[in-house]
Design a protein. Structure first.
Length: 354
């Protein structure tokens, strides 16, 4: 992790450090042999097809916990999109006496039952990035707003062509509640303002499946009749762009989400138009702060409620060629050297990336 990222995480964690350090000292009585005294915090993330979970969310969460509680330990697992595997991981944490679990669910509906059962055993759950009914806390970005921003950015890219454009929508996995919010927000922005949604399907957060759905859309709508493509995230946008290129389709707007480095590189290269940046420098540390506060049984510093669950919902940002430098580079998510491969050097220089 580079220095800029580390400074940002440390600053976020500092708010709760004094209180948490004192409480950690009280809660660190493992010598009693009581499972309730455990200072382990579980982190269960849903999949690894989306690069941000392993590259950004996990290290940010771990460092923020360490900054807020010297005696706390993060126990991490990734479900690799397997809900059965995630249930096993969750049950193992409960059996091991972990008192707080930050859970990014593969299937939020099924996870609600796990949460209720675990709460009956004294375990508290932070819903991480995806809402879980009945959780003790929830941290995410405003996911309906994410979809609205995606739709608005697509409209802006289409300009005067919007009113007659055929738009293809490749949505996220229907088991992910966020995917439904992205879709809803995008429809709010697009419906009635584009010619029509000519093809819509779930890409299941899988670049390969998204590419296959894009090929099906090309066959259904017609090679020369697609005006723009909404992709719910950058991973799927990669598969979509490949399918468009294989069909000889160039120059149409393609949007994404997550500000993955591959997505940023496609924006620079001109094959992707925009992405949505959801800063892990905000998300992971706020989830970590909730987890530590729940562990220490101190009041949560929630700014809102979502379905009765104390929540912090963060603001997403559209990233295109004009603000790569001021977002992902200046926040220390990536360096210009990491983004700007030799093939992109000329374009990076034109954009002033450094």
């Amino acid at each position: 992790m580079n220095a800029a990222t580390r400074r940002a995480v440390t600053a976020t964690a500092a708010v709760s450090m004094a209180l948490s350090l004192a409480a950690c000292g009280q809660a660190g009585g493992d010598e009693t042999g009581d499972k309730g005294s455990s200072t382990k915090i579980g982190l269960l993330l849903p999949e690894n097809k989306t690069a941000r979970y392993e590259a950004l969310d996990r290290p940010q969460f771990e460092e923020a916990v360490k900054g807020a509680c010297l005696t706390c330990e993060v126990v991490y697992n990734n479900a690799v999109s397997d809900v059965v595997k995630q249930k096993q991981q969750f049950d193992q944490l409960v059996a091991d006496g972990v008192r707080v679990i930050a859970l990014g669910p593969v299937d939020a509906t099924k996870a609600a039952g796990w949460v209720k059962e675990a709460q009956g055993k004294g375990v508290k759950v932070v819903a991480y990035d995806r809402m879980i009914e009945g959780a003790d806390a929830y941290v995410s970005h405003d996911n309906n707003k994410v979809g609205e921003l995606q739709g608005e950015a697509l409209l802006a890219a289409l300009g005067g062509k919007a009113a007659s454009a055929n738009v293809v929508m490749i949505n996220g996995d229907e088991k992910d509640p966020n995917a439904g919010l992205f879709k809803q927000g995008a429809h709010t922005a697009l419906d009635g303002k584009v010619g029509k949604i000519a093809y819509e399907a779930s890409g299941e957060w899988d670049p390969k499946i998204a590419g296959e759905k894009m090929s099906a859309a090309i066959s259904s709508v017609g090679k020369n009749k697609i005006g723009a493509v909404y992709s719910a995230n950058d991973g799927m946008a990669g598969g979509i762009v490949t399918s468009l290129e294989n069909a000889g389709i160039k120059g149409i707007p393609v949007g994404g989400q997550d500000a993955e480095i591959a997505g940023i590189q496609r924006i620079i290269a001109g094959t992707q138009t925009f992405t949505i940046y959801k800063s892990p420098l905000q998300l992971a540390p706020k989830a970590a702060a909730f987890a530590v506060d729940l562990l220490m049984d101190v009041p949560l510093r929630a700014k809102s409620e979502t379905n009765g669950v104390p929540s912090n919902l963060l603001d997403p940002v559209v990233v295109d060629k004009t603000n790569i430098q001021s977002t992902v580079i200046e926040e220390g998510i990536y360096t210009a050297a990491e983004i700007c491969t030799p093939e992109l050097a000329d374009e990076c220089a034109k954009l002033g990336l450094k």
